[in-house]
Design a protein around this ligand. Structure first.
Ligand code: GTQ
Length: 355
């Protein structure tokens, strides 16, 4: 003999019936999902992850043997976050990958609305061309490809060149605002001398009748490592160390003082030897590329703490609102980038320095 349903049971049953009845009209009840839609704090599905270069490099090599840069268009191994399988994303809003270009190869000209950065990881002397100007790449150089600018990459030297690509692909996809075109020729014509962008905009000066050649993005598209590294040397020699960041600078658009691109803010930081950083967190998930030295990143999220020991050319990701603590016995230099400008434009950026 079944007992009659309690009042609570029949109410639950009637609610389920309500949901089923309205579902053909594409209606769903907010109260079943409100907590997840408006969480008390970020709870990113991203997982903090380290990619060791010594483990990645052989796969780049094998890819280089199996597909040309031209056939691939971009020969890139995507750094895919294990918490976002199949999404080609390193955080919910950012894409990252390692691109290989071998001697004699060209990655053909195209343009797209996604903004891109390159951070050179290995090899000297490949070039990237942006809207008619080429720039040679050296390890540690930070290069941008602003939205909708023509770009191709080539290697006319005799060593392989590898760089980190960082793009706002998931963000542009979220907004359904992706457009792309292929160039008429594999390499775009060179119309400006190498260094002309830097000469016009890279010395705290600008043309008198200055326009912004790349709209909201920086008119400088190569920020050479030699200059950025020198700045950190000077700071380390003469300035107090920040207990959270060591010595950390952001790359800027010299015309605005803001980020070099509307969606991505890159940084370069030096941790002096013996640095034991304090913990902090921010809403903008960040991708790190290790340039010099070694250290440890300790990342704490709701599911616990992971520790990565990192070496040059390793990459790691710190998800939104997970706390980061950096240590370096030897001293190190770290490049990083995040989607901070988008958070700031939306008025939702938060940062907390903890201890
Ligand atoms: O170099 O244009 O890693 O379009 C992904 C998409 C690089 C590029 C990537 C791209 C590029």
């Amino acid at each position: 003999m079944n007992a009659p349903p309690s009042e609570a049971e029949s109410l639950a049953h009637e609610r389920q019936q309500l949901y089923r009845d309205m579902s053909p009209l594409h209606l769903t009840p907010l109260w079943e999902v409100l907590h997840a839609l408006v969480p008390p704090q970020p709870n990113s599905p991203c997982v903090s992850t380290l990619w060791r270069y010594e483990q990645v490099r052989p796969f780049l090599q094998r890819a280089g043997e199996l597909i040309s840069a031209e056939e691939a268009v971009r020969r890139v191994l995507i750094l895919e976050n294990p918490g976002l399988p199949g999404k080609s994303a390193i955080t919910q809003s950012l894409y990252a990958g390692l691109q290989l270009i071998l001697p004699g190869e060209v990655a053909p000209s195209h343009r797209h609305t996604q903004s891109a950065l390159r951070f050179i990881v290995e090899g000297t002397g490949a070039y990237t061309a942006v809207d008619g100007e080429r720039t040679l790449m050296h390890p540690g150089d930070f290069i941008i490809t602003p939205s909708w600018t023509w770009h191709d990459h080539g290697n006319e030297v005799n060593e392989p060149v590898v760089w980190l690509d960082g793009l706002d692909i998931p963000m542009v996809s979220f907004f359904d605002a992706g457009f792309a075109e292929n160039g008429a020729a594999i390499s775009q014509p060179v119309t400006r001398n190498e260094g002309s962008s830097y000469a016009n905009f890279g010395h705290n000066m600008a043309p008198v009748r200055s326009s912004s050649p790349f709209g909201q993005s920086s008119p400088i598209f190569n920020y050479p490592y030699a200059r950025s590294r020198e700045a950190l040397h000077q700071l380390e020699a003469h300035s107090p160390v920040d207990p959270w960041d060591g010595f950390k600078l952001r790359y800027i658009n010299p015309l605005s003082g803001g980020a070099p691109m509307p969606t991505i803010q890159p940084f370069l930081q030096r941790l002096p030897s013996g640095f034991e950083g304090k913990a902090w967190r921010q809403t903008d998930g960040a991708v790190y590329s290790v340039v010099e030295g070694s250290g440890t990143a300790e990342v704490t999220g709701t599911t616990g703490t992971v520790r990565f020991h990192f070496n040059p050319r390793d990459h790691f990701v710190v998800p939104s609102w997970q706390t980061l603590r950096l240590h370096s016995a030897q001293g190190c230099v770290l490049f990083s980038f995040s989607d901070r400008p988008a958070h700031q434009a939306l008025g939702i950026h938060r940062e907390e320095r903890i201890s």
